[in-house]
Design a protein around this ligand. Structure first.
Ligand code: NAG
Length: 423
C-alpha cells in the first residue's frame, strides 16, 4: 500500500497533480461559518486556475492472496488469507475492477499499473490500453526516461539513434519496454519499419543472447528481439561479438558489468554509453566508479541507483540517475489537463523528447545526461505540455478548445501546497 500512496505523493509534489480538489473545497467550507463568507471563498478557490480542473488521486492495492506459507500461517496477517488467484479467476477480477473504474469515474480516469509481475503486466497493458486510459510505469515510464537519457547521450557522442547498436542485459518488463520504445523512436525519425529498427537491438537474458534458434521457447514479449545469430551464453561473449555502442543493464543482478565487459566496450567505442539501471545499489550492474575507471573516463554513464560524483585522473564525473520520477508525474499531468482518453506510444516519445531537451551543455560538460531534480516542477510542466500537445494532435484530447500556450496552461493547473489566509 505504501507504493501507490508514495507514487501519488510524487504526482503531487513533482508533477503538481492536485491530491484532491474536492476535499480541499469541503474542508474550507467546514471551516467558515456564514454563507456569504464561503461563497466568497468558493469564488476565490475556483479562480485560482482559470479553469478549475478537478483531479483526485486514489491509491489502490489489489489483494489476490499470497503463496507465502509464513504469511498464510501468521494469525496477524491482515491480507487475504488464501493462495494467489491466477488464470481466469485473476483476469475476471481485473476485468471487473477495470469496468467498475470506468463506469464510476468515466473515460478520463488514468489507471497506473505498478509492480505487476512480468507475464501479467504486458498482457494487462496490451488488453486495457485499447479500451481504457492506462499507463504502466515499470514498462512505459522506465522506457520513456531511459530513451530521454539516450537522446541526451547522443548529443555527447554524436550520431543518431539509428547509428547505434544496443545490447541489453535483462529481458524483462524494463528491458523489452525500453527496447520497444527505442525502436519506435528510431522508426519515427527514419523511414525504416519498426521491425527493421528492432534488428539493431540485442538482448541477453539469463540463458544467453536472444537468437532465432531460441525463439520457440521464448516468452512472447522477447520474440521480436530474437535475431539471426549463433547462440552465445554470456554477456562478455555477446559484447565481443555484437560490439554494441550502447550497453544497458536491466537484469536486477549486481556486478554483472565486469571489468572485462566495460574494457571491451571501451576498446571499440570512443565513448561507450553504459546504463546500469538495476536497483537498489547492490543490484546495480556496475558502480559509477567502476564504469569511469574501467573505461578510463570515456563512458557516458547513467544508473538506476544514485551514485556520488567520481574523481578520475583529476576530472570530476557526475553520473545521471535514470529515475522514473522524471517522467511519470509530468506525463500524468499532461494526460489529465488535456482530458486524454487513451495513452498512445507517441505521447511517451513526446515525454522523452521533452525531458532530453531539459539537459543543458553545462550538464553535459560534467558527464550528466539528466537535468538536476531541483528543476523538476518546470521539467514536469514541459513534459505535460508536450504530452498534452501530442494528445491533441492525435485527436485523443477531450478538453476543448485546445489552449494556445500549453506550457503556461500546464503551469497554471499545477497544484502548489501553499496555505492561503482567509481571515
Ligand atoms: C514470506 O513472508 C515473510 C514475511 O513477510 C518474509 O520474511 C519471507 O521472506 C517471505 N518468503 C518468501 C519465500 O518470499
Amino acid at each position: 500500500m505504501g507504493i501507490p500512496v508514495g507514487k501519488l505523493s510524487l504526482y503531487t509534489a513533482l508533477g503538481g497533480v492536485r491530491p484532491s480538489a474536492v476535499s480541499v473545497v469541503l474542508n474550507v467550507l467546514k471551516a467558515c461559518k456564514d454563507q456569504n463568507q464561503w461563497i466568497a471563498l468558493l469564488t476565490d478557490l475556483y479562480s485560482i486556475n482559470n479553469v478549475m480542473i478537478v483531479m483526485q488521486c486514489l491509491p489502490i492495492t489489489i489483494d489476490v492472496g499470497t503463496n507465502n506459507e509464513t504469511l498464510l500461517n501468521d494469525e496477524y496477517y491482515i491480507g487475504l488469507r488464501q493462495r494467489r488467484a491466477t488464470g481466469e479467476e485473476y483476469h475476471e477480477l481485473l476485468q471487473e475492477f477495470m469496468n467498475a473504474v470506468k463506469q464510476n469515474y468515466g473515460e478520463k480516469v488514468l489507471v497506473q499499473f505498478e509492480d505487476f509481475a512480468n507475464h501479467n503486466a504486458f498482457d494487462l497493458l496490451a488488453k486495457y490500453s485499447k479500451s481504457h486510459l492506462v499507463f504502466n510505469d515499470d514498462i512505459q515510464g522506465t522506457a520513456s526516461v531511459v530513451l530521454a537519457g539516450l537522446l541526451a547521450a547522443l548529443k555527447m557522442i554524436g550520431g543518431g539513434l539509428v547509428d547505434q547498436t544496443y545490447l541489453f542485459l535483462g529481458a524483462g518488463e524494463a528491458g523489452t519496454g525500453i527496447a520497444e520504445l527505442i525502436a519506435l523512436e528510431m522508426s519515427k525519425h527514419t523511414e525504416l519499419p519498426v521491425d527493421d529498427c528492432r534488428k539493431k537491438i540485442w538482448l541477453v537474458d539469463s540463458k544467453g543472447l536472444l537468437v532465432e534458434s531460441r525463439k520457440e521457447s521464448l516468452q512472447h514479449f522477447k520474440k521480436p528481439f530474437a535475431h539471426e545469430h549463433e547462440e552465445l551464453k554470456t554477456l562478455l561473449e555477446a559484447v565481443q561479438s555484437i560490439k554494441p555502442t550502447v550497453l544497458i543493464g536491466t537484469s536486477g543482478v549486481g556486478k554483472t558489468f565486469t571489468q572485462e565487459v566495460i574494457e571491451a566496450m571501451a576498446s571499440f567505442n570512443e565513448k561507450p554509453v553504459i546504463f546500469s539501471l538495476s536497483n537498489p545499489t547492490s543490484h546495480s550492474e556496475c558502480t559509477a566508479e567502476e564504469a569511469y575507471t574501467w573505461s578510463k573516463g570515456t563512458a557516458v554513464f547513467a544508473s538506476g541507483s544514485p551514485f556520488d560524483p567520481v574523481e578520475y585522473e583529476g576530472k570530476t564525473y557526475v553520473p545521471g540517475q535514470s529515475n522514473n520520477a522524471y517522467v511519470f508525474p509530468g506525463f500524468g499531468l499532461g494526460v489529465v489537463i488535456s482530458g486524454a482518453i487513451r495513452v498512445h506510444d507517441d505521447m511517451l516519445l513526446a515525454a522523452s523528447e521533452a525531458l532530453a531537451e531539459e539537459a543543458t551543455q553545462e550538464n553535459f560538460d560534467k558527464g550528466l545526461i539528466f537535468p538536476p531534480f531541483t528543476n523538476i516542477r518546470k521539467i514536469s510542466a514541459s513534459i505535460a505540455a508536450k504530452v498534452a500537445a501530442k494528445a491533441y494532435d492525435l485527436g485523443l484530447a477531450s478538453r476543448l478548445p485546445r489552449p494556445d500556450d500549453l506550457f503556461k496552461y500546464a503551469e497554471s493547473c499545477m497544484y502548489t501546497p501553499l496555505y492561503r489566509s482567509y481571515r
